[in-house]
Structures are given as C-alpha cells and as structure tokens.
Design a protein around this ligand. Structure first.
Ligand code: COA
Length: 338
C-alpha cells in the first residue's frame, strides 16, 4: 500500500502588490525587503473573498487534473473523497465552523470527514501526514484533499513594516490516494517528521480574539493581528530547516544527493540560504517562489508543489522533501517519491 499525491492545484488572487506599492504607504523600500527576505511582490484577495473561496478554487484545480488523468469527470471524482483536511492561520471563521466544512459543502462532497488543523506554516506538512494516516488505517478509504489556504492580508498589521511586508494570500491543494503495490519500488509518502515547541508560542502570535484575550472591539484593545519576534523566528527557522533535513535523510539512510528537490516553506529566502550554506547543499536544490508570492503560510508548500508540477519540474520517481516551520512553534517535513 502507498499513499501518493496524484494531483495538485492552486489559487492565486489576481491583485498583485509590489514592494514599490507598499513603499508608497509604509516606511520601507524595495531594496530593504528584497535584501532581507527575497520578496518582490505578494498577491492580495479582493474584499469579500475568504480562505474557503481560494481553497475551493485550488481543490477544483487539483480534482480537474486528476479527473483528466483518469478520464472521469471531476464531479464524479469528488464523490470518492473520504477526507478534506485544511491548514490555515486565517480561516473563514475562528473556531467554528471549520473552513474545511465550508469547502466540503461547496464541493458537494457527501461522504467525507472535514476538519481544519492549526499548525500555522507547518499546516500542509502536518495535514499530509495526518491525511495519509487516516487513509492507511482503513483500506476502504481511498482519497483525501490536503489544502493550505490563507488570506493573511486580513490578519497582517498594515501599520507594522516589520511584518506587513512579509505576507501574501493564496491557496494550494493536493489530492492523495491510497494505491496498491505495483512492484516498482517505493512510491508516495515515505516518511514524515512532525515536531512542536510550544515554548516559542509567544514569538509568533495573534494575541487577541481567543479565550485568553477575547476581542470586544472597544476601548484601546488592539484588533487580532499577527505579532512576531522576527529575529527569534528567523533563528528557529534556520535550525528547524537543518534539523528536518538531517532527520528525514537519516531516517531513510539517504544522503542529500538522493533528493531531487527540496520544497521549503516560503518564509524568507535568507532562511533557506543560511540552511543551505550550513549543510553545504546547493541553493538550486531548494525551490523558491517567494519573490512572487511572499509568505502564504500553510498555502506556500502546496502552491510551490503545484507550480513545479505544472511546469514539469517533478518527474515520476523523483525523491522530494517538503519542509515547514512556523507558529506554535511547529516544524517538520515529508519525504515523498513523486
Ligand atoms: N523596511 C525597512 N526597514 C525595516 C523593515 C522594513 N520592512 N522592517 C524592519 N526594518 C528595520 C527595523 O526597524 C530595524 O531598524 P533599526 O535598526 O533602526 O531599529 C532594522 O530594519 C533591522 O530590523 P530587524 O528586525 O533586526 O531586521 P532583520 O534583519 O532581523 O530582518 C525579518 C527582519 C523580519 C526580515 C527577519 O527577522 C525574518 O525574516 N524573520 C523571520 C520571519 C519569518 O519568516 N516569519 C514567518 C515564519 S513562518
């Protein structure tokens, strides 16, 4: 039995905000943002568009890809879903209902479980492992959608140049399937590593709006917005990248030469460059599209997978590694034979 990614999809809002656009309303420059992060632009959802809307578009795109491969309609395929799992830091609603349930309803899926997971920028790598485990537990469960969807522009503090420049909106989805052994070697998800370090919770936090600090919208309360200790998160992220690569490789007795591509969470190109330098891995092994999309949290890895996949950058049999890290703190990765 294998759990394979059989299709990918993404949804990117058309509205594009460049660093120059931001510099006209914040005390920042294109030069600062590029040199400190590698970001050149971000895409911003129109008013009225929620995370579930982008998630739905990405999901249909993945379903359409799979349907075309199988010679069936995507409406038929959608009814074979057993699970929809969605990672988001900017869900449609806080707490209830889950954004996954909204997607389930709009897809018209009748017999699937649906839930959100809160693992910030590690949402996709957590979701993939959890969905794979859900399928593997029962041979009658065949397919699941794993989605990362974010409208971070709604929770960014647009007065804080230290965070506002970092984030963008978007969604990515993968369709995974439980497949029978084919005798052709190992396929699909080989191994994941999922870790958490809640001692770092304060370094990336939306302080208001939960049961700890309910938001009443009165007085001098701050509205729910992302707050970040950039330096602490940077140091954590570099260590998380290095540790995840080393642990995943050691677990399968592999070297970095066996890995065709590393798809890291797109938080900051400098984080990737620092980890690559420490591990003596060519930077070209890491796929980066942060220049165009900025940090889309849980969506960044499935967006990158879809972009690579549709550009022919992932060949059957390629060993790829996804790595996530972010609020919680959470981190980890997946090792996948494409
Ligand atoms: N434009 C211009 N100047 C800026 C700026 C901006 N957008 N943001 C911060 N600065 C300024 C600061 O005010 C500070 O000025 P000062 O020296 O006069 O006080 C200076 O730049 C250095 O700030 P600092 O925060 O030390 O910069 P940095 O080199 O640590 O870079 C980050 C800041 C946010 C880019 C970096 O810490 C980072 O990438 N951290 C990880 C963030 C992340 O990836 N989060 C998501 C994880 S999933």
């Amino acid at each position: 039995m294998a759990i394979e990614i059989i299709a990918t999809g993404r949804a990117i809002p058309a509205k594009r905000l460049t660093n120059h656009d931001l510099a006209s309303r914040l005390d920042t420059t294109d030069e600062w943002i590029r040199s400190h992060t590698g970001i050149g632009a971000r895409h911003i959802a129109e008013e009225g568009v929620a995370a579930s809307d982008l998630a739905l578009e990405a999901a249909w795109n993945a379903l359409a890809m799979a349907a075309e491969q199988r010679g069936v309609t995507k409406e038929t395929l959608v009814q074979s879903l057993d699970l929809i799992i969605l990672g988001s830091t900017s869900p449609d609603y806080y707490g209830v209902p889950s954004t996954a349930c909204i997607v389930q309803d709009k897809l018209g899926v009748r017999n699937a479980a649906a839930l959100d997971i809160c693992a910030a920028c590690s949402g996709f790598i957590y979701g993939l492992e959890l969905a794979a485990g859900f399928l593997a537990l029962n041979a009658s469960r065949k397919r699941a959608l794993v989605i990362g969807a974010e409208i971070l522009s709604r929770i960014a503090d647009w007065n804080d140049r230290g965070t506002a420049v970092l984030f963008g909106d978007g969604a990515g989805a993968v369709l995974i399937e439980q497949t029978e052994p084919s005798g052709g070697g190992r396929r699909g998800l080989l191994r994941s590593m999922l870790r958490a370090d809640g001692s770092g919770a304060e370094s990336l936090i939306i302080r208001q709006g939960g049961s700890r600090n309910p938001y009443h919208g009165t007085g001098d309360e701050r509205p729910p917005r992302v707050e970040m200790d950039g330096r602490a998160v940077y140091n954590f992220a570099v260590k998380a990248l290095i540790g995840t690569i080393e642990t995943l490789l050691a677990g399968e007795n592999l070297t970095i030469h066996d890995v065709a591509r590393i798809i890291p969470h797109q938080a900051n190109a400098r984080i990737v460059q620092a980890a690559a330098k420490r591990l003596k891995i060519p930077e070209s092994k890491f796929f980066l599209n942060i220049e165009e999309y900025a940090n889309t949290s849980a969506a960044s890895i499935p967006i990158a997978l879809d972009e690579l996949n549709r550009a022919g950058g992932l060949q059957p049999g390629d060993l790829i590694m996804t790595i996530g890290f972010g609020g919680g703190l959470t981190y980890g990765g997946n090792l996948i034979v494409w």
